[in-house]
Ligand binder design. Structure first.
Ligand SMILES: [Zn+2]
Length: 720
């Protein structure tokens, strides 16, 4: 009652002949944007859902760090599809309407010289607690934030070191909006407050060359629809290039489909007085000789039947892992030197085209004890001092300016000589997609974040052109069309108990192979890692022991005993009759499942992801239209239409591949949960295929196939 009265009072004060003044607006079939002249706050209506997105008003951050609210000065001009106003600081703001798809671009011009940042959104797009209200942020693979928890916090995600894609999603009451930008000088700030009520709010801070943000309301939807809506934008920006497209330029890309990543660390040298070696004496260890690396590959290929894999040697370089870069040759003498590595390469490549031989190198870190140390290559701080990188096994590294990295990589004693001697199929350059973008203040090679991004892709292109296939650490969307694999984004360590969702996989999963970080490997007693890989249809980086770890002698040796003990109660997939060695049994079973899946899904985008149960312990995904996957992390059994899944159970169903670890499948109830992979090897659906391979990992030997119950001890092939 009170409110009606107040409105009536305001109206009565207006001249009798006029109606309430209409707010300046832009409008089309799907949305309406309105601006409040008094405080420059904007509201965006999604006509499909009726949801109103409060964008808030912009705020200027001045050089002295004080902030100023934006107020329109003079007229607000609406002309055609744009709405413009000026502020007293001389900054012009503009909204532009786009129709297909319906969206609003919000931008500002250069603005005043004393303005450092513009908060284009300042604590706007607020959401409260609710199951259908969250932020979907591109932190690594992707995370969801809910307005939940007792502790307030602020999460800042700056350039491509903090976010992997230039987008974010907001969902409120089941209504979705995609926000994107195209300049890395855009920072996401998510604020969570508990007082007076639990609220998430969002700010977008723009500086230097960043001038615009795009808002695209999507109607009803969630993070899956948000990621899908970003795909065409990613393509437009040149980031999305699918594996099918890459194959047209380089058919060798297909060697990665279903390929496991084996990465032996050959030589480790920890210099004295570093976090890795706090003693005063250098510590050197040879974990594998080059001969042992070749033996490893032959073991995996011949004893375990691994027919698609990367064998990428780390620490093969002269000084050992993370030492004396960029002076990499001759290959570590302790491990066998150039001759040993030449022979290793020859033997791995002799295993067939499914085996991809690679080397790990680095063109971002320069060490002072490298013979070719030269400050000219190093990035400079504004005061012209050298920009230090991390302290690694080889001590303090300094950052190579990305404008100069190809100069170093292409020196005769670097990649050209490596190619000539060892002929790798794939090259891995450390840190390219792992470190944030940098600025360099050396007047001979200045660098903005935008430049750094550009020159890093030039390094990728150079290495890829020289060697054929290329990968690097972590993963960034701007690297997708310049690389064949990312090693890192599949790591699902949860620093803040984040809810991880496959935003990156939905946008780019059919464009690049994604692995975990080399320091975070799938091992015998982390079955949840295997579920992660089943769910996202990606291949693992395997953990395995040193030297000839699979031999009886190695297992009883002291060296093996000093390795991390295995929790056998969690060795879910390390069972069955294929090997007596736990590591090998684990690799064999999981490789059979994952490599089969990787081949089927390589060219298919992920088209759906769901948390199936309220506790999020059961998840499902879909690839293309026909590959459906469900995994169960929880302790309770989960029943699907065809199977009962125990903890760590999964089921993959598609026309040419069925695989599961289940308590029952079809009409068969298992006395002991069983792992099976049923795969058509002639490309035809299982129902009509003339060549079907049935792999039995462990558990009950019975399986239903074409209406019959079969017994399979380890493996059976049906051909007609
Ligand atoms: Zn520079």
């Amino acid at each position: 009652m009170k409110r009606f009265f107040a409105v009536g009072l305001v109206l009565s004060l207006l001249p009798a002949c006029s109606l309430a003044p209409k707010k300046p607006r832009l409008e089309n079939h799907a949305l309406r944007l309105e601006l409040d002249r008094s405080d420059a706050s904007a509201r965006l209506l999604d006509k499909r859902t009726g949801e109103v997105w409060a964008l808030g008003s912009p705020r200027l951050v001045m050089k002295d760090k004080s902030t100023v609210a934006v107020r329109p000065l003079g007229d607000v001009t609406v002309r055609g599809e744009s709405l413009t106003y000026h502020t007293e600081q001389g900054v012009q703001f503009q909204f532009r309407l786009a129709n297909d798809p319906a969206a609003i671009e919000c931008s500002f011009d250069k603005g005043a010289s004393d303005v450092e940042d513009v908060l284009l959104v300042d604590k706007g797009l607020q959401i409260g607690l609710g199951t259908d209200s969250y932020y979907a942020l591109p932190y690594r693979m992707g995370i969801l934030l809910y307005a939940d928890g007792n502790k307030p916090y602020t999460r800042r995600m700056t350039n491509y070191g903090g976010y992997s894609m230039a987008m974010l999603g907001v969902v409120r009451n089941g209504s979705a909006m995609l926000t994107t930008w195209d300049d890395p000088y855009t920072t996401i700030v998510a604020d969570y407050a508990t007082d007076p009520q639990r609220t998430l709010s969002l700010s977008l801070s723009l500086r230097r060359s960043a001038h615009s943000v795009h808002f695209q309301p999507l109607g009803h939807g969630g993070y899956v629809e948000i990621a899908k809506a970003y795909r065409p934008i990613a393509r437009q920006r040149g980031y999305l290039k699918t594996l099918a497209e890459k194959m047209k330029e380089n058919p060798g890309v297909a060697r990665m489909f279903g390929a496991a990543d084996f990465k032996p660390f050959v030589l480790s040298r920890r210099v004295a007085n570093t976090p890795y070696n706090q003693t005063g004496k250098e510590r050197v260890s040879v974990n594998y000789t080059f001969q042992e690396c070749a033996d490893l590959a032959e073991h995996f290929a011949k004893d375990l039947g691994v027919d698609r894999a990367l064998l990428v040697l780390a620490g093969w370089i002269n000084g050992g892992y993370d030492n004396r870069h960029p002076d990499i040759l001759p290959a570590a003498p302790e491990a066998g030197g150039n001759q040993g590595l030449i022979e290793c390469s020859r033997r791995v490549q002799g295993l067939g085209s499914g085996w991809v031989f690679g080397l790990h190198d680095n063109y971002q870190d320069f060490y002072e004890n490298a013979k070719s140390w030269n400050e000219d290559y190093i990035m400079k701080n504004p005061d012209q001092s050298l920009q230090a990188g991390g302290v690694w096994a080889g001590g303090q590294a300094y950052l190579i300016c990305s404008r100069k990295s190809v100069d170093l990589a292409s020196r005769p004693q670097n990649v050209p000589m490596v190619k000539k001697l060892f002929n790798p199929d794939v090259y891995f350059a450390d840190t390219v997609f792992a470190s944030p973008l940098f600025e360099c203040s050396d007047s001979k090679h200045p660098l903005t974040w935008v430049d750094d991004l550009h020159y890093r892709t030039q390094l990728c292109d150079y290495l890829r052109k020289q060697v054929g296939l290329f990968g690097s650490e972590e993963g960034m969307e701007w690297g997708v069309s310049h690389a064949d694999y990312f090693e890192g984004l599949m790591s699902r360590r949860r620093p803040n108990n984040d809810i991880i969702v496959p935003l990156f996989e939905i946008v780019y999963g059919d464009a690049v192979s994604i692995y975990t970080h080399q320091s975070d490997r799938a091992s015998v007693d982390n079955p949840d890692y295997i579920l992660d890989h089943v769910l996202y249809a990606e291949m693992p980086v395997y953990r395995f022991g040193r030297h000839h770890y699979w031999t009886r002698a190695a297992q009883s040796s002291r060296q093996q005993l000093t390795q991390r003990p295995i929790d056998e109660s969690r060795a879910v997939f390390a069972r069955g009759g294929h090997s007596t060695n736990l590591t090998d049994q684990f690799i064999k079973n999981t490789y059979e499942v994952l490599s089969s899946l990787g081949r089927v899904t390589a060219l298919l985008p992920m088209t759906d992801h769901r948390f199936v149960t309220p506790d999020r312990k059961v998840e499902s995904t879909r690839f293309g239209n026909e590959v459906n996957i469900t995994v169960n992390y929880g302790q309770a059994d989960y029943t699907t239409s065809r199977a009962v899944l125990p903890q760590y159970g999964f089921i993959i169903e598609s026309p040419a591949l069925v695989a599961f670890y289940a308590r029952s499948y079809g009409a068969l109830k298992y006395s002991e949960p069983a792992l099976f992979v049923i795969r058509s090897t002639d490309g035809q659906p299982l129902d009509s295929s003339h060549q079907v391979r049935i792999y039995h990992g462990f558990g009950d030997k019975r399986v239903e196939f074409r209406g019959n119950t079969l017994e399979v001890e380890t493996e059976r092939i049906f051909s007609e």
